[in-house]
Design a protein around this ligand. Structure first.
Ligand code: NAI
Ligand code: MG
Length: 500
């Protein structure tokens, strides 16, 4: 198997064994056709290593393994035992978190302290949270007449395809694996081609935790090849996806082939409203986190800031000052770094193209607006960028940029603020800053979004439902709501006395 692993030393000096194959049926195998994906370090543009990329035949093998596992011992395993395997996996993640965070930072470019203390904590936490649910997923007894006993069984859906993005590679996998496993499903998961490495190391932990072969199968592969093969597979019962709205729409169409159950978590252009009675200092700090963390590569990033006229100028001035003091750009392995590189050259170029669009459309560039050049001139770094005086008709107000890039605009009244916040095809996150509790809750109700943060931004939590309305998605992940996406309710009618 030596050709399915490679010994690596990460930029922080950590040595580890990187698997490079496809993880099917608890075994490492090569792709049948030999396609590969080369993983790039976005900090210096160097190649890290190449991994096997699945094609349709490999997807078939993974789906067959998942189907066999679903019909086998997994299906009949006591739910408490299923939970125990998940607790074990969570503990193994905790044990290996430094290596996992190292790989995440190397491959994705996110600051190591964030990968370790936020992403890996989220992975271990979400798996543990759903482990607890495994033996608490109950049906109901439904009282009708004395002649009938009726009850429901919440049964797993079957083989679930899960397609993961690159912005939180392990965390997005955990959000999907947790509820799917707790409910007793089996899984074929495809990582994003931009960040293929950390999930392969994680796969070994699945085997070590003791999951039966075929319960979790992990593939790398290109979206249009492996992703499409999963989404259109006739023996896959469900597809869960996080990524762009355009790809989400394609997946929905492909999933129609056998009417798969779908959960989609897609794009956003989430508004953050600052009313004149807000604690401005706190609004500035949260607004900065809400768009500038994770290099702005967050689906719920509050990327459109609307500030009430009377505090507009002071908000901008304080935001700039806070950003200059906090958004330290550089090597993600250095503790002082707040912002690493964008994940790929394509994403870097995409953000730069929106900077050009903002300039061409006549918005005022208040900060950034150019690549950030570090010492060796390499890497996909972008100077954190603010556009002000942005109009609703501008592309930079309407489209998801997915970078350290914020647009700020002013409003006069609450009515106008809500109207403009909702003037979007998206509806994922949103934030409201005011000290007036009545106004806060009133506005929260009126905003068309799956989530509203009052006096914070993006402090998501695995115990709380996460998802969007409008073109930001379908269904919910996380919390108890996350279980809905992975169970059927079967109704059983028992005739106790209707005699014909
Ligand atoms: P994408 O949506 O195309 O990719 C996400 C995942 O979908 C990857 O695993 C990819 O391999 C897979 N995929 C792509 N095409 C597919 C297809 N035809 N069938 C099945 N699976 C497919 O996103 P991409 O191109 O990496 O990024 C473009 C933009 O999408 C970003 O700039 C950002 O605006 C948005 N995005 C949003 C994310 C979120 O968290 N909601 C995450 C990643 C990207
Ligand atoms: Mg990479």
């Amino acid at each position: 198997m030596s050709d399915l692993t490679v010994e690596l030393t990460a930029p922080n000096g950590r040595k580890y064994t990187q698997p490079t194959g496809l993880f099917i049926n608890n075994e490492w195998v090569k792709g049948k056709k030999g396609d590969k994906i080369t993983s790039i370090n976005p900090t210096d543009e160097s190649e890290i290593c190449a991994v096997h990329a699945a094609e349709a035949e490999d997807v078939d093998a993974a789906v067959a393994a998942a189907r066999k596992a679903f019909k086998g011992e997994w299906r009949d395993m006591a739910s408490t035992e299923r939970g125990n395997l998940m607790y074990k996996l969570s503990a193994l993640v905790e044990e290996h978190k430094e290596t996992l965070a190292t790989i995440e930072t190397w491959d994705n470019g996110k600051p190591y302290q964030v990968a370790l203390n936020e992403d890996l904590a989220e992975v271990a936490g979400a798996l543990k949270y759903y482990a607890g649910y495994a033996d608490k997923i109950h049906g109901q007894v439904i009282d009708t007449t004395p002649a009938k006993l009726a009850y429901t069984i919440r049964e797993p859906l079957g083989v679930c395809g899960q397609i993961i993005p690159w912005n939180y590679p392990l965390a997005m996998a955990a959000w999907k694996l947790g509820p799917a496993l707790a409910c007793g499903n089996t899984i074929v998961l495809k990582a994003a081609e931009q960040t293929p490495l950390s999930i392969l190391y994680f796969a070994n932990l699945i085997k070590e935790a003791g999951f039966p072969p075929g319960v979790v199968n992990i593939l790398n592969g290109h979206g249009r090849v492996a992703g499409a093969a999963i989404a259109s597979h006739l023996d896959v019962d469900k597809i869960a996806f996080t990524g762009s709205t355009a790809t989400g729409r394609e997946i929905m169409k492909m999933a129609a082939i056998n009417m798969k159950n779908i959960t989609l978590e897609t794009g956003g252009k989430s508004p953050l409203l600052v009313f004149e009675d807000a604690d401005l200092d706190q609004a500035v700090k949260w607004a900065h986190i809400g768009i500038m963390s994770n290099m702005g590569q967050i689906c719920t990033a509050t990327s459109r800031i609307l500030v009430q006229e009377s505090v507009y100028d002071s908000f901008i001035e304080q935001f700039k000052k806070h950003m200059q003091a906090t958004s330290t750009v550089g090597n993600p392995f250095e503790d002082a770094t707040f912002q690493g590189p964008q994940v790929t050259k394509a994403q870097y170029e995409r953000v730069l193209s929106y900077i050009e669009a903002g300039k061409a459309e006549g918005a005022s560039l208040a900060a950034g607006g150019e690549p950030y050049k570090n010492a060796n001139g390499k890497g996909f770094f972008i100077a954190p960028t603010i556009f002000t005086d942005v109009k609703d008709s501008m592309r930079i107000f309407k489209e998801e940029v997915f970078g350290p890039f914020v647009v700020i605009s002013s409003f006069k009244t609450e009515e106008e603020a809500v109207e403009r916040a909702n003037n979007t095809t998206y509806g994922l996150g949103s934030a409201v800053f005011t000290q007036n509790i009545t106004k806060a809750h009133r506005v929260a109700r009126k905003i068309e979004a799956g989530m509203v943060w009052i006096n914070s931004s993006n402090d998501s939590d695995f115990r709380i439902p996460f998802g969007g309305v409008k073109q930001s998605g379908i269904g919910r992940e996380l919390g108890e709501a996350g279980l809905e996406a992975y169970t059927n309710k079967k109704a059983v009618h028992v005739n106790l006395g209707t005699v014909l």
